[in-house]
Design a protein around this ligand. Structure first.
Ligand code: GDP
Ligand code: MN
Length: 410
């Protein structure tokens, strides 16, 4: 789950990282009030930033500086409602504008293959890191944190030196370690600060001009599998920016991932679902989704799963592959029959149900008398029928002659 910048900044602050003050608003009048508060407190200008889950907001015109509260409200009026790479701006962040001396890039990500947290730093911050990686790969420094003890002092220092930091080294080390702490505390798989900036500020005590490091932007993604441990993070989910299909799947407790093929899959168990997809591909077809309806799936879940599959207009056939253990075949069959009755769009369906109450399931499906439903005894048979029903040409025939796609009928 991706977090909006203002939520990510909340998490950074919880770990004691230096983040400038900010407010969030969804209308220009509120932006004006917030900007006025910052200006009254001494800011010479404010920054207004679009809150959308895509990068490159600055380039797209979603980050604007303003010297008065009125101009901030005007900037907000322009940014709110703007479409940035397909995301509509519904909220903006308002903050005292930083007087930037230099922009760095600092991030940590979960490096699954190394089984460690990987730090990436660059003195070429502010621009998208993909651009730096493509054009100046040497400008990025990589350091793996210790698997148990996190980012060690010498590692943080090494990273800081590579970035060219000297005077701000101890601050930098605290920030790098804070990123790690943020990652661990929230089960995040990415914590990215771009830019981490050296800014000029006046010391509140002496009024003297000082330079310090600040996190001016923040991007955090949370490992979805860790979310159940963090109900307070679940509240940060931005439903406006999620695919309705993903929202529906989560509400039903279904693991659903949309793909670009034509054969909808309904399977119980993640391993069986992946095997089913592999077999579909081997038989010359393309799966339209990954879907694990879970163990002990009841009729209502089956119906919900069917709705998700059929919401995808490219689905031309459905393959149901259920291994009845805790899940009962008859329950699933009832769910399938009900779901097909309720549907407006009918596509051919191939059903393989084995295990608990499989005979009962076959009887229920036969009695329903739906001519677009075929049953199959083996998985190979089921996959072949589904691929044919979706109108895919089977893999190159052995004699080299093209075989026309069969139209499957019960
Ligand atoms: P992104 O483009 O979506 O990554 O949004 P950022 O928050 O990183 O902002 C993009 C750029 O706007 C930054 O790299 C800065 O150059 C500039 N920017 C952001 N905040 C401030 C600020 O407070 N003061 C100044 N002067 N520039 C800022
Ligand atoms: Mn940024």
């Amino acid at each position: 789950m991706k977090l909006q910048e203002y939520h990510a900044k909340t998490l950074l602050r919880e770990q004691g990282l230096p983040v400038p003050d900010y407010a969030v608003a969804d209308e220009p009048a509120l932006v004006r009030d917030a900007a006025q508060r910052f200006i009254d407190a001494g800011a010479s200008s404010v920054v207004v930033k679009a809150q959308v889950l895509v990068g490159g907001r600055g380039k797209a015109g979603g980050v604007k500086l303003a010297t008065t509260a009125g101009k901030a409200a005007e900037a907000a009026a322009g940014i709110l409602g703007m479409d940035i790479k397909g995301s509509v701006v519904r909220r903006v962040l308002v903050a005292p504008a930083a007087d930037i001396v230099h922009e760095y890039y600092l991030a940590c990500v979960l490096d699954r293959s190394a089984r460690r947290v990987l730090f990436m730093g660059s003195a070429e911050g502010g621009v998208e890191i993909e651009t730096v990686a493509a054009e100046k790969p040497d400008a990025i420094t990589y350091v793996h944190a210790h698997p148990h003890m996190g980012l060690l002092d010498y590692q943080a220092r090494l990273l800081g030196f590579e970035l060219g930091l000297r005077d701000d080294m101890s601050e930098f080390m605290a920030i790098a370690k804070g990123l790690y702490a943020t990652m661990i505390a929230n089960d995040a798989d990415l914590v990215e600060i771009n830019p981490l900036a050296i800014v000029r500020a006046s010391d509140p005590a002496t009024g003297e001009r000082v330079e310090r490091l600040e996190c001016l932007d923040a991007k955090i993604t949370i490992d979805d599998s860790g979310l159940p441990r963090h109900p307070q993070l679940e509240l940060m989910r931005d439903l406006d920016e999620e695919d309705p299909v993903d929202i529906a799947a989560r509400e039903q407790g279904l693991s659903f991932i949309r793909l670009d093929g034509t054969i909808g899959c309904m399977v119980n168990g993640a391993g069986l679902a992946m095997t089913t997809m592999d077999l579909i591909k081997r038989a010359g077809g393309e799966p339209a989704n990954f879907l694990d309806i879970g163990g002990g799936a009841k009729a209502d879940k089956v119906e919900a799963a069917m709705r998700l599959i059929l919401a995808d207009p490219s689905v031309r056939a459905i393959l149901v592959n259920i291994f009845g253990g805790i899940a009962r075949g008859d329950e699933v069959a009832h769910g399938l029959v009900e779901a097909r009755r309720a549907q407006e769009r009918h596509v051919p369906m191939v059903v393989r149900i084995v295990g608990t109450n499989a005979d009962e399931a076959a009887r229920i499906l036969a009695e329903a008398g739906d001519t677009d439903v075929q049953t199959a005894a083996t998985l190979d048979d089921a996959v072949e029928k589904a691929v044919a029903a979706a109108g895919h040409a089977p893999p190159a025939a052995r004699d080299g002659s093209p075989t026309p796609p069969a139209v499957a009928r019960a």
